[in-house]
Design a protein around this ligand. Sequence first.
Ligand SMILES: Cc1cc2nc3c(=O)[nH]c(=O)nc-3n(C[C@H](O)[C@H](O)[C@H](O)COP(=O)(O)OP(=O)(O)OC[C@H]3O[C@@H](n4cnc5c(N)ncnc54)[C@H](O)[C@@H]3O)c2cc1C
Length: 442
Amino acid sequence: MTPPHVVVVGGGLAGIRAAITCADAGARVTLLEARPRLGGATFSTRLGGLDVDNGQHVFLRCCAAYRALLARLGVEDRVLLQPHLDVPVLAPGGRVYRLRRNRLPAPVHLVPSVLRFGYLPLRERLHAALTAGRLKALDRGDPRSDETSFAAWLTQQGESALAIERFWDLLVVATLNVPSERASLAQAAMVYQTGLLGEAAAADIGWSRVPLSQLHGDPAAVALGKAGVRTLVRAGVDAIETHGHLAVRASGECLAADAVILAVPHAAAADLLPGAAGVDRDGLRALGRSPIVNLHVLFDRPVLEEPLAAGIATPLQWMFDRSESAGLEPGRYVVVSLSAADRWVGCSREELRGVFLPAFEALLPAARDARVESFHVTCEREATFAAIPGTGRLRPGPRTALPGLFLAGAWTDTGWPATMEGAVRSGAAAANAALHALDEAE
Ligand SMILES: Cc1cc2nc3c(=O)[nH]c(=O)nc-3n(C[C@H](O)[C@H](O)[C@H](O)COP(=O)(O)OP(=O)(O)OC[C@H]3O[C@@H](n4cnc5c(N)ncnc54)[C@H](O)[C@@H]3O)c2cc1C
């Protein structure tokens, strides 16, 4: 019997996971990607002699589906994972307090470092520990928790504006790509409950040692080929046809399919989804977008002594030493990741230099004597959807009302924010739903 034909549209992490899962289960799979490469929102380009990622990507130890995909692609050795969560938090004037875990079980694993977090008065540190206990107990499945903002809830618990800015936003801005005042309480609670308040090791941070295309897109092309997937790049899909049978139209060609997995960003999905799919397309568009800007700064000498650091009372949100991936001595190539970056999106490179180079000098003593060899900016205007209150109910699951048509993407209802883990989970969920439906149809 001819195996069923599954067409996966979109070659980001969701599409890659979906295609590999279907091929491993014996389906005939075609993957169609509009751009000339795989990897979707995770890729690298060459800028001024450096391999530069479109944006710094990190994951946590609890990102099991993402890490399993890395294993399937054979690239686990291309990432580093902290043995213990350890984030130096720097402020102008040379102060450093570390948020790190000890060897005790959660949530006690973080209590000593929160109590030593000197950017807040002691009373506020104690209060933050109490609030964390309440956050752990919060029922994020209650629809009301998606209707309120995290900052509103924190304020109700007695958290000050200073605590929200200096403590709670450190994690929320980086993971939800919106500040607490705009973030859905349900989604913020998910991040804290899963990352910091559940398993002690869950929030150990990992990142790539190589440019992102060498971690995802390129190895995925090889793995897909070995799995028997036919991958077509520069193959943007124009329409999904539903007249009598499912088919996908790309570059003038029509591909008949037993199942289609649509793994494109939410705005593109809204444009491609046929009405019969029964998905609220305006709801998808209402998921909105939130930008991320990255600064890629090459110094003539080491300036950053840590592999990563967060900043307080400075526009430098998170900094990463990416020297290794560029083949340079440690501390010279610093990437600054600016999430929820609306205020930076319209700025020119010169304007950003004017703000951020003095900020480096104020934060990192070694930067004062260093010469900047290059300063590049990457800007992703639609990096993620905006995880604001009310977005939970706008995220559909993998199934649609149209038999044979399934949805994947970090924006679908995975329970996770718009992350690599969410994308991979969504791809697996859509593939499993498609395989199940194909089995039933036999
Ligand atoms: C700058 C930046 C920093 C980030 N930082 C982190 C981080 O630190 N940690 C983390 O976990 N996540 C991070 N993310 C989020 C993460 O990258 C995404 O959530 C994830 O990669 C999305 O994967 P996806 O497969 O759902 O979608 P995408 O990667 O967007 O893939 C969709 C694919 O569909 C293709 N496509 C679109 N239309 C069509 C069409 N008509 N036909 C065919 N193909 C089409 C696109 O070209 C694209 O390749 C970051 C994102 C950005 C942009």
